[in-house]
Design a protein. Structure first.
Length: 250
């Protein structure tokens, strides 16, 4: 299926994948498509980048006491049902093995508590998700830059509202102290054009105009002397990462 032709569905699936609510076969199919289709891979990485720091940026929120009361009530009710079901299923003359159903019950209680806690966390995160996404950068162009082994190494997006390129390192590559990474636009039929020299932070921002990336089919990152090289010289070092630049519908 070509998800790129269905942008709303792609955004929904990518968001669900990042949140962890896309499960089972649907999750495996989405990940398979992400490996095969660059737009799907880019959407997945954009949503992961949006949500990755949510817990760090948000101040702690204490759930309402009624939530914990409901959890305790649910656990108690399920425990009672479990005991009744086991008593009905066991022969009347059979003596329970020492600690048998108690051990199972303890295991079940742990699993139920973990599930309930996950529900609470999902609820709290869900309440804050809308505000986070409203404040998230707009994305008009996106590129996943990969190395020669097709391993994603850098996510690049263009925010037209703030007029800047956002770069997120997603691989483990680190340049030496005497080297710098430099981002290049690769226009069709033209010489590479520098979009900026990258710092060493995991998340980076470069000022840019839409004209810098419009009609540019691909981006690349080269390894250059510290501080980079003038744009007119073009890349002088090896090209480490490259990838297609995809325009998204806002």
């Amino acid at each position: 299926m070509n998800l790129h032709a269905h942008p709303e569905l792609l955004e929904l699936l990518a968001a669900s994948h990042a949140l962890g609510t896309l499960r089972g076969g649907a999750r495996r199919r989405f990940e398979a498509l992400a490996r095969e289709q660059a737009p799907v891979r880019a959407a997945a990485l954009v949503w992961q980048s949006r949500l990755a720091s949510m817990a760090e940026l948000q101040s702690p929120v204490m759930p309402d006491p009624a939530v914990w009361t409901r959890i305790r009530n649910l656990i108690t009710a399920e425990q009672e049902q479990e005991v009744i079901a086991r008593q009905r299923a066991a022969p009347a003359s059979a003596a329970p093995a020492r600690g048998g159903w108690l051990r199972s019950l303890a295991l079940w209680r742990s699993a139920t508590a973990a599930g309930a806690l996950a529900t609470v966390i999902a609820t709290v995160v869900g309440l804050q998700l809308g505000e986070q996404l409203r404040n998230a950068p707009a994305v008009q162009y996106v590129a996943v830059l990969s190395d020669d082994q097709a391993t994603a190494s850098m996510l690049v997006t263009f925010d037209p509202k703030k007029r800047q390129l956002l770069l997120q390192r997603v691989g483990g590559y680190r340049e030496g102290e005497d080297k710098s990474l430099q981002l290049w636009a690769l226009p069709p039929g033209g010489a590479p054009r520098s979009l900026g020299v990258l710092g060493r932070d995991a998340a980076l921002r470069l000022p840019a105009q839409e004209g810098d990336v419009r009609a540019v089919p691909a981006l690349a990152v080269s390894l250059e002397p510290r501080g980079g090289v003038p744009s007119e010289r073009g890349p002088t070092g090896p090209v480490l990462f490259k990838g297609a630049l995809i325009e998204k519908t806002l």
